[in-house]
Design a protein around this ligand. Structure first.
Ligand code: AMP
Length: 401
């Protein structure tokens, strides 16, 4: 068996999937959560219907990795005899900046460079580096590790798409520019869509809408990202669960002054207290927003309208940027499941020639489905994302398997 362990480490969590790449099935998956707080393990073996939940002690990522090794190799949740059966480990890394434009093998120098990018992604990159060091300590010597970057897919954007109107020195000295995120997902779903359409991706102009707790929209021209809605950080673009999306920068400094916020407090305010949650006062979860809309909740209706309107505007903008559009795809928790959002986005788009089958749309959840009618000028699809699978595929490609 060709086994790849995919790791997605955050500051207090370590999510994992063990995949059998012979048939791309998931052998086990779970999360070592609450690292540095107390510790909670959840571990699932789907084929045997096993679900383990256990309180643990995880002072650092190292203890979490040790627990992961233990649960994979011993006890009820055991799926392998030893970690040496694993061909490689693939790590999701949020920020690769301009240094990493593709996946690569992990070395001490690579870990240091990822850590050095922590200024650009403080919430993510330092924990990634901690996890990489912990994993290296715990894995059998010689197990290859690969890092796959969220930003790498967007490194093909031209300067006109990634530069801001700030003085050039801020780009040169401080590396302030649009990086874009969710790249692994956009790359995976746009290729799946091309396959489903029976077309070479090089001939397609796609708008990929990854709509979840965090959302981003990408213009994919000929298989390459040419623009994307997230920016310097994952805060930019459309309104999200708890994130503002794009805001006039003057409104940010104004709110800071009026409310007496420090830069850190303002960042927390825009990242954690805004978006669906702050606008609606109901919840950060789209399901709760849609439920409140049905009950006539005014603020929930505005929240839902803003989301749908902003997605529509990106579709229009990116069709103009690419001088054409062949297909729009929806993915992520909202994109795959929320027929309400998809229906509203595709409504009144006859100028573009977008027409979807509303009955089919209402029935579609989490399945690869073409929603557009045969006479629609632009195809509209739901394409489930699977970032872990693409990370595992990239990992094998990097180690040459
Ligand atoms: P993600 O971050 O991709 O896991 O997506 C999370 C978002 O997807 C949340 O806002 C959920 O409310 C939304 N979501 C998940 N399932 C559904 C569903 N069945 N209907 C509507 N929204 C959903």
């Amino acid at each position: 068996m060709n086994l790849v362990l995919v790791v997605n480490a955050g500051s207090s969590s370590l999510k994992y999937q063990l995949l059998n790449m012979d048939d791309e099935s998931v052998i086990a998956k779970g999360n070592c959560d609450r690292i540095g707080i107390d510790g909670k393990l959840s571990h699932k073996v789907p084929s045997r219907g096993i679900a383990i939940d256990e309180d643990c002690t995880f002072p650092t990522h190292t203890e979490a990795f040790e627990k992961l090794v233990e649960v994979l190799t011993t006890g009820e949740g055991r799926v392998i005899d030893s970690m040496s059966e694993i061909s490689a480990v693939g790590h999701r890394i949020v920020q690769g900046a301009e240094i990493f434009d593709k996946a690569c093998l992990v070395t001490e120098e690579v870990i240091d460079r990822i850590d050095a990018l922590s200024d650009l992604a403080p919430v993510h990159n330092h924990p990634h580096a901690l996890a990489l060091r912990a994993c290296t300590k715990v894995l059998p010597k010689g197990t290859p590790q690969v890092v796959v970057f969220d930003t790498a897919f967007h490194q093909t954007m031209p300067p006109k798409a990634y530069m801001f109107g700030l003085p050039y020195e801020d780009y040169k000295d401080l590396h302030v520019r649009k990086y874009g995120f969710h790249g692994t997902s956009h790359r995976f779903v746009s290729q799946c869509l091309a396959d489903a359409m029976g077309r070479d991706i090089k001939t397609l102009k796609i708008v990929s809408c990854h709509l979840g707790n965090g959302s981003s929209i990408t213009a994919v021209d000929g298989g390459k990202s040419v623009d994307t809605s997230m920016g310097f950080t994952p805060l930019d673009g459309i309104v999200m669960g708890t994130r503002t999306g794009a805001v006039d920068p003057s409104a940010v400094t104004y709110v800071m002054e009026k409310r007496g916020f420090t830069p850190h407090e303002m960042s927390q305010y825009m990242n954690k207290k805004s978006g669906f949650l702050g606008l609606s006062g109901v919840s950060s979860d789209n399901r709760d927003i849609q439920e409140a809309v049905l009950k006539g909740d005014e603020k929930a209706i505005i929240t839902s309208d803003i989301l749908q309107y902003q997605i529509k505007k990106y579709i229009g903008a990116y069709a103009a940027a690419m001088n054409g559009l062949d297909a729009v795809l929806f993915t992520g928790g909202i994109g795959e499941n929320s027929w309400e959002v998809r229906e509203a986005v595709c409504e009144n788009m006859d100028y573009f020639g977008i027409k979807i089958d509303n009955d089919l749309n209402r029935k579609t959840r989490g399945k690869l489905t073409k929603l557009s009618t045969p006479d629609s000028k632009i195809e509209v699809w739901v394409v489930p994302t699977n970032e872990e699978l693409l990370i595992a595929r990239d990992t094998l490609a990097v180690i040459g398997k």
